[in-house]
Design a protein around this ligand. Structure first.
Ligand code: HEC
Ligand code: HEC
Length: 217
């Protein structure tokens, strides 16, 4: 995950250095998209919580063997409950002590961000949107219309994903295996190295949900 954030940072630096005369996303639009609370919270969740709770919070995680999958499921509950157990840990609220207290470990901002993310955790399309915004916008654009800040560096350009005529299976494959493996541009990265199949499914669900729609709708 550190590598991912660094990767995003260095790509941003290249792109910001590339100058102004470009009709794609503005710097502000990118900043706004990646500083949304749920997007930041998704990064906190992936970094600190998926080991036990799984990338979807459904308990499908490496630690499930130790704690039991059912206990590791995060159910839809109100934000106050989430905040309490995250701050104080399981023992303080009469639950398992294996849920650690995060107060002190995470900043106040990270705690409120991850609570915001938990409220979308049960929604595949919203999860996919967070993953898209964390990983794809510099090339494919904040609006998935192919107008990312880095887009003009590449020929062929990153696809307009709203207008894509490819089906869900094809998208799943090119995202997982990368452009080169599909006889397309090697600039499209091999996301199977960074993202699980479940996460790729979530992104594809998001892309299918915006297919054929106008940005902003
Ligand atoms: C070391 C493993 C571990 C890690 C890491 C962990 N948790 Fe937990 N968490 C647990 C366990 C075990 C429970 C279940 C407690 C119980 O059932 O008594 C739990 C329960 C929860 C619950 C209550 C779920 C519900 O529906 O009642 C929430 C919310 C939660 N964790 C959020 C988080 C967040 C957010 C993070 C990351 C900042 C995190 N956890 C990291 C082990 C972990
Ligand atoms: C470094 C730039 C870059 C990044 C980052 C990137 N892509 Fe791409 N992507 C491309 C390029 C370039 C193409 C077009 C390849 C071609 O036309 O040969 C492409 C093509 C695609 C296609 C095929 C669409 C079609 O209609 O054929 C999908 C789907 C896709 N990317 C999804 C994603 C997703 C999801 C992410 C984030 C997880 C992502 N890409 C991140 C550059 C990128």
């Amino acid at each position: 995950m550190g590598g991912l954030i660094k990767g995003l940072g260095s790509l941003l630096a290249v792109v910001l250095a590339a100058g102004a005369a470009w009709a794609g996303d503005s710097r502000d639009a990118v900043e706004q998209a990646i500083s949304k609370q749920v997007v930041r919270g998704g990064i906190v969740f992936k970094t600190y919580c998926t080991l036990c709770h799984g990338p979807r919070g459904d308990g499908t995680a490496r630690a499930a063997k130790l704690y039991g999958k059912r206990n590791l499921q995060i159910q839809p509950r109100d934000a106050a409950y989430y905040e309490q157990i995250i701050r104080k840990g399981g023992a303080a609220v009469g639950r398992s002590e294996f849920m650690p207290p995060w107060e002190g470990e995470l900043s106040e901002e990270q705690i409120s961000d991850v609570v915001a993310y938990l409220t979308v955790l049960g929604d595949q399309i919203r999860r996919g949107e967070v993953l898209y915004k964390t990983n794809c916008i510099l090339c494919h654009g904040v609006n998935a219309d192919g107008k990312g800040r880095a887009a003009r560096l590449y020929d062929p350009p990153p696809a307009n994903l709203r207008a894509s005529d490819k089906n869900a299976d094809y998208k799943r494959m090119i995202i997982k295996l990368g452009g080169a493996a599909m006889g397309r541009s090697p600039v499209m990265p091999q996301w199977g190295l960074e993202l699980t199949d479940a996460e790729i499914d979530d992104i594809v669900a998001y892309l299918e949900s915006i297919k054929g729609t106008d940005p902003g709708s």
